[in-house]
Write a protein that binds this ligand. Structure first.
Ligand code: 16G
Ligand code: ZN
Length: 554
């Protein structure tokens, strides 16, 4: 039961600054840490309602991801490890913005609207990133949960995807895995023996968690961690967002030429790869390159095992035109475009047996439908049965596969080609299983990295060969400050402006002046600005197209 007197008393310790209005945006609430205490307390309250309504464990993550160290934020995780249902975002916004004296009535209004049984038990799990403000803010969440009689488990420092994993495990009675960090590491590392490489951890949680994973690789983890938080500031001149937007290496990493490196963001749910060639040129392999690598691999596997599993790729308007073309024309997979924000891509990807989704900025994963999962597991079982019927040969293949998943021993595609058909079949099914068991339902930098490393090893590809699959069209992004960004509204997955009138026609006319060109504008969902994107056949053209479009926005 809820003790409303206690609520009133406790909320006095988490007073809302007068007049402050915040929105549950694309990825929860996000602003300067000092303005968030009341929001945290109230999200604790809301998590209790959501838990009672769904009769499940709900997660609360305290992080501001790639944003500066001084910022913070909070988001709720739904029972299946997914983002909070869109219909609840509105309740979150209402509750966060209620004036203190109205808090109780707003809370009651929401309970009524969503038909919560107040006698139901509530359970909430909490995680936080390494920001200095995160510990205290997560205590405020706990305060909110407990004042309404909810139970809490505080996991302390976690990556965002780890919290999603915990929530999912707890709501599926441990069938998926154990709801501990050990369980997570075990699940992810099962198919791997060894991991090598260079990782920029944005001075955030990724370093800590990747370090903890070390004992789970039998041959060791010889990953060099840079920006591990021991000296530098979170996301400052480092991390996936810095590398993607500035198209240059993070500070603090020593890049040897042609060596592959990757960067995480502050809560380890984004990843990009890069390398420096012998001439010192920097090459970025962003979310689009990752989507291409993984979906072409999956497409090959599915063709090889001769199953009719449909694959779809989901991107946003920011996807480089070359990547879309490559996917459609070379890999021959259908490509769909959604609005920016993980939840939109995720939703669309659920329509396929195998749905690959990545934003260019490095958020993404692969989703396998229940049917696809069942099919793959059944094929793997049949394979095991064949094996037990004294098929010594196949056994060797499986061993071999275990070697291929040892990331130091890549098997070249030529070698794969030399094997007997029966042998490759085994390898392909096993490879699908590895991907299936390693990929997390919400994009996870650690699990994405393992999968990318496995695919590179299995295909015997260097980062240069991967990069050469297609060449990015030169592009430019600009930010435009306007009085009110909401005067711009868009349609067609943010690729067409509908308001103000005339703007889309102006963009069309500008685009016509350049070759292989494309441009769009959209109001940001996280900052008070309008974003402009342009691509064209040369960097000069992309730059001037972006500039001309940004002038048209005024
Ligand atoms: C958030 C989104 C990210 C999106 C970005 C766009 C999640 C977890 N994060 O960070 O996917 O790319 O917003 O920001 O959904 P913008 O609207 O300012 O361009
Ligand atoms: Zn993030």
């Amino acid at each position: 039961d809820m003790d409303l007197d206690a609520l009133t008393k406790r909320s006095a310790f988490h007073a809302k600054p007068d007049g402050l209005i915040l929105q549950y945006g694309t990825a929860g609430f996000r602003t300067k840490a000092e303005h968030l205490d009341h929001v945290m307390f109230r999200m604790g309250l809301l998590a209790v309602l959501r838990s009672k309504q769904t009769k499940s464990t709900i997660g609360v993550m305290v992080t501001a991801s790639h944003n500066p160290e001084e910022d913070n934020g909070v988001k709720l995780v739904d029972p299946l490890g997914e983002m909070l249902a869109p219909s609840w975002e509105e309740h979150a916004t209402c509750l966060a913005n209620a004036e203190d004296q109205n808090l109780q009535s707003v809370l009651m209004d929401i309970s009524e609207k969503v038909a919560v049984n107040l006698h139901q038990d509530a359970f909430v799990v909490i995680g936080r990133d390494t920001r200095p403000s995160s510990e205290k803010l997560s205590q405020s969440v706990i305060d909110g949960v407990t004042v309404l009689g909810g139970q809490v488990h505080d996991y302390g420092l976690l990556t965002t995807p780890q919290l999603h994993y915990m929530v999912y495990c707890r709501n599926t009675s441990g069938q998926y895995g154990e709801a501990t960090t050990e369980g997570y590491y075990e699940k992810l590392s099962k198919a791997f023996v060894e991991l090598t490489g260079q990782v920029d951890c944005a001075n955030g949680i990724g370093a800590l968690k990747l370090g903890e994973m070390k004992p789970y690789f039998s041959q060791g983890l010889s990953v060099q961690l840079f920006n591990d938080g021991s000296g530098g500031k979170l996301n400052y001149f480092c991390g996936a967002d810095f590398v993607k937007t500035h198209q240059k290496p993070p500070q603090g990493i020593e890049m040897k030429s042609n060596e592959r490196c990757c960067s995480f963001d502050g809560d380890a749910d984004r990843i990009v790869y890069y390398y420096q060639d012998v001439d010192g040129h920097f090459h970025l392999l962003d979310g689009d390159k990752i989507a291409t690598l993984i979906s072409s691999f999956l497409k090959e596997l599915v063709l090889e095992i001769g199953e009719s599993l449909n694959i779809g790729v989901v991107q946003t308007a920011y996807a480089n035109g070359s990547s879309t073309r490559y996917l459609e024309e070379v890999v021959k997979v259908p490509v769909y475009c959604t609005k920016t924000g993980v939840k939109h891509l995720h939703h669309k990807a659920q329509e396929f047996d195998i749905g690959v989704y990545f934003e260019a900025n490095g958020h993404g994963t692969v989703l396998f439908s229940k049917a696809a999962e069942t099919k793959i597991k059944q094929l793997a079982k049949e394979l095991e049965d064949k094996k037990s019927k004294a098929a010594k040969m196949l056994e060797n293949v499986i061993d071999l596969f275990n070697q291929c998943s040892c990331l130091l021993t890549p098997v070249s595609s030529a070698e794969l080609g030399r094997r007997q058909p029966g042998q490759t079949e085994g390898i392909h099914i096993q490879a699908l299983l590895v991907l299936l068991s390693s990929l997390q339902a919400t994009g996870d930098a650690i699990s994405d990295m393992l999968v990318i490393e496995a695919v590179l090893a299995l295909k015997g590809l260097t980062i240069q060969q991967w990069d050469a699959l297609y060449t990015d069209l030169p592009n430019r992004q600009l930010k435009v400050k306007v009085a009110d960004r909401q005067v711009i509204s868009t349609t067609d997955a943010e690729r067409q402006v509908v308001k103000p009138p005339g703007l889309q026609e102006a963009i069309n006319d500008l685009v016509k002046k350049y070759k292989l060109s494309r441009a769009f504008v959209r109001p940001s969902g996280t900052e008070d600005i309008v974003r402009v994107y342009a691509e064209a056949d040369s960097q000069e053209s992309a730059d001037s197209l972006a500039y001309e479009v940004s002038l048209a926005v005024f």
